[in-house]
Design a protein around this ligand. Structure first.
Ligand SMILES: Nc1ncnc2c1ncn2[C@@H]1O[C@H](COP(=O)(O)OP(=O)(O)OP(=O)(O)O)[C@@H](O)[C@H]1O
Ligand SMILES: [Mg+2]
Length: 288
């Protein structure tokens, strides 16, 4: 049996800037199937830009992103720039994304789950309904008709986050991306989301493949619970890439202050105005 780790994403010398603002300045990463990975780094350092680059949402300036294409009988690493928009839709059949700020559609709970299943997977309502029921139950949300008819605008922050996760897992994805899945949630809801991410990660797919989970986060408790491979971006490059155990013990003068300020960054959506960010800005950990 082939026990070589399978590369899911291979990023080489990736550069991305916006109107002269260089955000990613030579990112090199290899992410393997089955890994649970956290991407951390100061606010504005380019974590979401890296995710959007992998998702094929915009053209990169330089370098390459190769992704494991599972849409044919033999899975193959392919350069993202060889894909057209339809191919990218095909790839997205195997990925689930929980966007920062959820990006729920206005419309019902059911509509939020059904749309991608219809548009990307081409499924019909009679097939989607049981998928939606299972996905909602697995994130501990009600799954009766009354709840599915509810407007997504009427949900609390924690419920909206759960719906965003239910929407992502309803695709039964090989790869799950979570962009700050717990920012702005209370500690109990956050703990529930940590458990959920952990359990989803460890639920094998129908073909017994393992899932790959990539989590952008400032949540120290999430890191302590999941103990992922930790990747820190800083000044547009990969500053650290290794086990969480090494990350938390690191005495690096970039990692130490970042690690200590994680709880503050984690709460930023709620308490933005109360934080004195000048120290973090001086250290280059906050660019906004
Ligand atoms: N579409 C865009 N157009 C112009 N600038 C952008 C765009 N997207 C991101 N940026 C800039 O790129 C930088 C990195 O942004 P990004 O959203 O990746 O930060 P982040 O690391 O995800 O931060 P946070 O932890 O606050 O979410 C910021 O300076 C941001 O203003
Ligand atoms: Mg972000």
């Amino acid at each position: 049996m082939n026990t070589e780790p399978q590369i899911e994403f291979q990023i080489k010398d990736l550069y991305k800037s916006f109107s002269g603002n260089a955000v990613l300045k030579g990112i090199n990463l290899e992410l393997y199937s089955g890994e649970i990975i956290a991407i951390v780094g100061g606010s504005g350092c380019g974590k979401t830009v890296l995710l959007n680059s992998i998702l094929g949402q915009y053209a990169i300036d330089k370098g390459s992103i190769r992704i494991l294409d599972r849409t044919h009988d033999i899975a193959e690493l392919k350069n993202l720039n060889e894909f057209n928009a339809l191919d990218i839709d095909d790839i997205h059949k195997h990925w689930g994304v929980v966007f920062q700020r959820n990006a729920l559609f206005s419309g019902s709970v059911y509509f939020n789950i059904a749309l991608w299943l219809k548009e990307i997977k081409g499924l019909e309502d009679d097939v989607i309904k049981p998928i939606a029921e299972r996905a909602l139950a697995s994130v501990d949300l009600p799954n009766d008709k009354q709840f599915m008819d509810k407007s997504s605008n009427a949900l609390s922050g924690g419920m909206a986050k759960r719906l965003a996760i239910a929407r992502a897992i309803s695709m039964d994805p090989y790869v799950l991306f979570y962009d700050e899945p717990t920012t702005g949630l209370d500690p109990t809801s956050s703990t529930n989301i940590h458990d959920l991410i952990f359990n989803i990660h460890n639920t094998n797919l129908d073909d017994e493949s393992k899932r790959t989970s990539i989590i952008i986060t400032h949540d120290k408790d999430l890191l302590s619970r999941l103990r992922p491979r930790t990747i820190m971006l800083h000044h547009g490059k990969v500053h650290f890439d290794g086990p969480f155990e090494q990350f938390e013990k690191s005495q690096s003068d970039v990692i130490r202050p970042y690690f200590d300020m994680m709880p503050v960054l984690h709460k930023k959506d709620n308490e933005e105005t109360e934080i004195d960010t000048s120290l973090y800005k001086r250290k280059g950990l906050l660019t906004e």
